[in-house]
Design a protein around this ligand. Structure first.
Ligand code: ADP
Ligand code: MG
Length: 685
């Protein structure tokens, strides 16, 4: 149960004054559903303005507040902006410039002949002065004088700075005082404010200590929760599984295992022979051969008389896994069955029977394999492919399916830097496949300007004329981004015009049947060009596809680019990856893409990406899902995470765990960051 103290923080944003249905979507887009979220919606930066009597007193580029009289509206012509001309006290003319829909509000706020106070940045355009999208327009200057120093918040369409400020202000008024959960010596040494002060200060002005404290809180919550999972797991009883090797002996793989694969298998065998359930992460770059490792682990379980399940994040991937495993395990006589949400009626019934009576040894599927109706005779091992798609919470639910906790092997191809591995998978032991199977060809990677699109399309034409296939990836950085989706559809239409029916489109919002049909056409080789958003990121093995084009490559994280690129270079032919970049590429952006050209080592890319982004470039360009954190940025993670880990350990091992006074406070912290699955584990035992 969440402590009552936190109730005001978990009130819905909708309960605040001035939040009508119109704000629901913009707020949801920013993930601001509760008062707590608003409190943690920290400013990107602060502006400080100067009040001036007239524009002669101001310089170009300066943030000012000035009284203006509105003279004339000039409606948007064609694609140009909406311009409102106004005079200052000396008769200097300035244009207030609005793009797109923001002109609707401006028309109402700035009637001709009226005097208004305007806050914004004074710019020069040719010979004339202008203020583009003023931050504030007010009838009365007094309010603006109180806002000469002002936070600037991340916004979504439909929200203004004024609106979000008012909401944050209300949220801050609701903050309770919370007890201190950080080790007192550390607080003193760092000069950190108490929690509530830290929130208030972070919204008021640039205050690094306050921001650090809030980031640290989040890292501590995470470290503690993971430690709780780990210790609860140690107390669980699992079933020791010791295989006799009889099935593995019949395995007839067309290759010898790499040293890294063999090491990982030995580590897994050691784990599952124990009474405590295994909790192990298998980390290995795309193509490093995780499937063969998983198969060995599952065969050990079956040799020991248990069943194994492999969970994949998508239907496409589940299907591919089932086929690959069936092929690989052909000589062993084990029964492998695919189960997805699309199996219905009699077929599904019969699969469920097989799982219950044990005639199915290995079940492969999507999360459907863990629905309530699905019961196993003796589930001993769960393998989760592409771990990052599943949160810790879901992982725990899975492992509660069986009477005895099954062993769990999670696999991920996302190369993450070591510091982040600790943050994300701190409760797990890690095996790394740091050696690629022999004979991999380097992928020829080039960075090409978006302006050369026509050449690139010609190149595709020549490529598919040879019978080879290609991928065309459009960015869809966040799910359900309608503009991105439209762009992908438009690109598909354009390419289809040129290449006809051999072009197929796949994206996250397509109905599963259509998606699978398109994928199958591509996998069979009937379709030559697959236009896709990032849904192809995981899985999908088409060796004949040897060219990949990635549009607006600068919008992707390096790890993501690397994973995408891993879709090509799978066969014996030389493969190419073209990274199309936009025009306005920053220095760091350039450097990042250059790295892609220079190395194919996923772990190195991840470390470098972290280093480059740590430089503060990241504000506003951060991608959801990059880290499990919303407050802590990359630089703070690197600097503060080790401290948080030590602190969590101190609390657990020396300071009496969660039942000590500091532990009580730490419980509140876990609820605050919704890491309360840690607490629940403690209770559930
Ligand atoms: P991933 O780690 O991305 O899941 P896969 O398991 O799909 O990688 O393996 C990629 C390819 O490499 C497959 O075609 C697989 O058969 C092959 N492979 C795996 N292990 C070896 C090995 N030791 N030697 C040669 N090829 C291998
Ligand atoms: Mg794989």
């Amino acid at each position: 149960m969440r402590p009552d103290l936190l109730n005001p923080l978990f009130a819905e944003t909708g309960s605040l004054k001035g939040v009508g249905p119109g704000l629901a979507r913009p707020l949801e887009k920013l993930g601001l559903s509760r008062v707590r979220d608003l409190a943690y919606h920290l400013p990107d930066r602060f502006v400080s303005r100067r009040a001036v009597a007239n524009l002669d007193e101001a310089s170009v580029g300066e943030q000012v507040v000035v009284a203006l009289t509105v003279r004339e509206h000039r409606g948007a012509s064609g694609r140009g902006p909406y311009r409102i001309l106004a005079d200052d006290a000396l008769g200097n003319v300035v244009a207030l410039v609005y793009f797109g829909r923001s002109s609707f509000t401006a028309k109402k706020q700035l009637p001709v002949g009226e005097r208004r106070w305007v806050a914004g940045r004074l710019d020069q355009f040719g010979q004339s002065l202008q203020i583009v999208h003023p931050d504030h327009v007010a009838e009365d200057g007094a309010g603006l004088m109180g806002q000469l120093n002002e936070p600037v918040y991340p916004l979504s369409e439909g929200l203004t700075q004024g609106r979000i400020q008012a909401l944050v202000h209300q949220a801050i008024g609701l903050l309770p005082d919370l007890p201190e959960w950080i080790e007192p010596g550390l607080v003193a040494k760092q000069g950190w404010p108490m929690w509530k002060d830290a929130v208030v200060e972070s919204h008021r002005a640039q205050h690094p200590a306050a921001r650090d404290r809030l980031a640290y809180d989040e890292l501590l919550a995470n470290a503690l929760a993971l430690m709780l999972v780990r210790s609860a797991n140690r107390q669980r009883s699992g079933t020791p599984l010791v295989g006799d090797g009889r099935l593995r002996a019949k395995l007839n793989l067309p290759f010898a295992l790499t040293g890294a694969q063999t090491r990982a298998i030995v580590e897994i065998e050691g784990d599952i022979a124990q009474g405590a359930p295994m909790l192990r992460l298998l980390q290995g770059d795309v193509g490093s051969g995780k499937t063969a490792v998983a198969l060995h682990a599952m065969l050990v379980a079956v040799e020991a008389g248990a069943q194994a399940a492999l969970l994949a994040p998508t239907e496409i991937l589940a299907r591919q896994h089932a086929e690959t495993l069936t092929r690989m395990a052909a000589g062993t006589g084990v029964t492998i069955q695919l189960l997805t949400g699309r199996d219905k009626g009699r077929a599904r019934e019969s699969i469920l029977m097989g799982l219950l009576d044990g005639s199915i040894d290995i079940c492969v599927g999507t999360h459907a394999i863990f629905q309530d109706a699905v019961a196993y005779r003796n589930l001993g091992l769960v393998v989760i492919d592409e771990q990052h798609r599943f949160g810790v919470g879901q992982r725990l639910m899975l492992t509660q399916k069986a009477r005895r906790t099954p062993h769990c092997l999670a696999m991920t191809a996302t190369p993450i830097p070591r510091t982040l591995t600790l943050a994300q998978y701190g409760e797990m032991d890690v095996s790394r496949l740091d050696e690629m199977p022999p004979g991999r060809q380097a992928i020829d990677t080039r960075v090409v300007s978006q302006e050369r699109l026509a050449d690139v399309i010609d190149g595709i034409g020549r490529h598919i004329a040879t019978g080879a296939q290609a991928y065309w990836v459009c960015p869809m950085v966040r799910e359900q981004e309608t503009e991105d989706l439209a762009a992908a559809e438009a690109r598909h239409a354009l390419l289809q015009e040129r290449f006809g029916d051999t072009v197929v489109l796949v994206h996250g919002q397509l109905r599963p049947e259509l998606k699978d049909a398109a994928m199958e056409r591509f996998a069979r080789g009937d379709a030559k060009l697959l236009v896709a958003t990032t849904v192809i990121e995981v899985g999908v093995d088409v060796p004949n596809a040897t060219l990949m084009v990635i549009e607006q490559a600068e919008r992707f994280g390096l790890a993501q680019l690397h994973q995408l690129r891993g879709r090509v270079g799978r066969g014996s032919q030389k493969s190419t990856c073209l990274l199309l970049r936009g025009e306005a590429l920053s220095e760091v952006g350039r450097e990042r893409l250059a790295l892609m050209r220079e190395t194919q080592d996923g772990f190195q890319l991840a470390e470098e990406d972290l280093r480059l982004r740590g430089g503060g470039e990241l504000l506003g360009t951060r991608q959801s899902g990059d880290t499990p954190f919303r407050v802590a940025d990359f630089e703070q993670i690197a600097r503060l995470l080790p401290l948080a880990h030590d602190d969590a350990r101190l609390l657990m091992e020396r300071d009496g765990g969660l039942s000590s006074p500091r532990g009580e406070a730490a419980r509140i912290l876990l609820y605050l960051f919704e890491r309360d699955w840690g607490v629940q584990l403690l209770r559930g035992g």
